[in-house]
Design a protein around this ligand. Structure first.
Ligand code: 3HC
Length: 311
């Protein structure tokens, strides 16, 4: 009966047994995973754009090679995640259609402009740093293919974060102008990075259910707090100032208290009115349209190969 299917499913969750593509799962569990994994994949692919902007302008061959490797990694993360989502019964074309039509979301952070080279440091350090906080627990998410994709992704994320922090460190210990560039980038990327973790727990539509299904292991606020506690120390190490006058160590709580987040800005960006939303979506739509001939040629070629094989 449906009851025993539900019960069996819940027993697996309670015993930390991975749910696999062929297992029975509640429709809403499937829908939630398709929503989260596909939007995670869109975030990876759209996330290539802000950094791609600086590959041809990197200050040295080494910086160019490292940034190129990082952006290519993000593309690979996107493909892993689209493949994980496909195991739930949605096609790649459907997911990309949802992105291009504006129906699907991607992480708000990628709707901000990358104005100077120091932004490559701030993005690697803060955005990938925040992504690590959020993705490490996802290595233990209840859906098998998603958890396994995350293991590989997390290994590469730590390289992304380290190369970003190294850029910030070099600039911070460089000339006055370089230090100012690093501080300016931190000023512009700090608040959007802590917004990446999503709305406050009591404004989060999905958290309770996602945690019951062991999709989400820690709440948005827990991960945000963890990220702030670690990152404030890193900023101190390189002599940069976090742009939050209310940031203060709370001995009793053992955490940093921090200022109010501008949730109007967050929802505005999520709703599509951020600084770069239109540009990012247009870039993806153009890539899809300009790449149609490659997809058609690959399909035609595979048809021909199939015909030859059948002869
Ligand atoms: N940007 C855009 N939308 C966001 C958001 C953000 N930063 N945070 C939350 N939202 C959306 C949610 O998608 C949801 O909308 P939906 O119902 O249309 O999907 C709504 O706001 C309510 O938020 P909830 O907290 O209730 O939603 P979730 O339980 O899904 O939690 C999440 C949000 C923490 C982002 C979760 O979906 C998650 O962990 N996703 C996987 C990780 C991920 O996507 N990371 C973001 C970027 S990946 C990255 O940074 C790549 C790196 O290599 C640079």
């Amino acid at each position: 009966t449906a009851q025993s299917f539900e019960q069996h499913f819940q027993d697996k969750l309670d015993n930390e047994v991975s749910i696999e593509p062929r297992d029975w799962m509640p429709d809403d569990y499937r829908k939630t995973l398709i929503r989260q994994i596909s939007q995670h994949a869109h975030s990876e692919i759209v996330g290539m754009l802000p950094e791609g902007n600086w590959i041809t302008r990197a200050p040295s061959l080494r910086r160019k090679a490292v940034l190129l490797a990082k952006v290519q990694d993000e593309g690979g993360h996107g493909l892993y995640l689209y493949s994980a989502a496909e195991t739930l019964g949605i096609t790649r074309d459907e997911m990309l259609g949802q992105l291009h039509s504006g129906k699907a979301k991607y992480s708000s952070i990628f709707n901000y402009p990358t104005l100077t080279w120091a932004d490559m440091g701030a993005v690697g350090w803060l955005v990938d740093g925040a992504a690590i906080m959020n993705q490490v627990p996802l290595c233990r998410t209840s859906y098998g293919p998603y958890a396994r994709a995350m293991v590989r992704v997390c290994k590469e994320e730590s390289f992304h974060q380290r190369q970003g922090f190294e850029i910030m460190m070099r600039l911070a210990e460089g000339s006055e102008t370089q230090k100012k560039m690093a501080q300016d980038a931190l000023n512009r990327w700090w608040w959007p990075s802590i917004m990446m973790f999503g709305p406050k727990d009591d404004d989060s539509a999905h958290s309770a259910q996602s945690m019951a299904w062991r999709i989400k292991r820690f709440s948005n606020d827990e991960l945000r707090q963890k990220f702030i506690d670690v990152t404030v120390e890193q900023a101190k190490l390189i002599g940069l100032t976090i742009p939050d006058p209310d940031l203060k160590w709370n001995e009793e709580k053992g955490h940093y208290d921090f200022g109010a987040i501008n949730w109007d800005e967050f929802w505005n960006v999520v709703k599509g009115n951020g600084p770069c939303n239109k540009e990012r979506l247009a870039a993806r739509q153009n890539a899809w349209n300009n790449g149609a001939w490659v997809r058609d040629a690959a399909l035609a070629y595979s048809e021909k190969r199939k015909e030859r094989a059948e002869k």
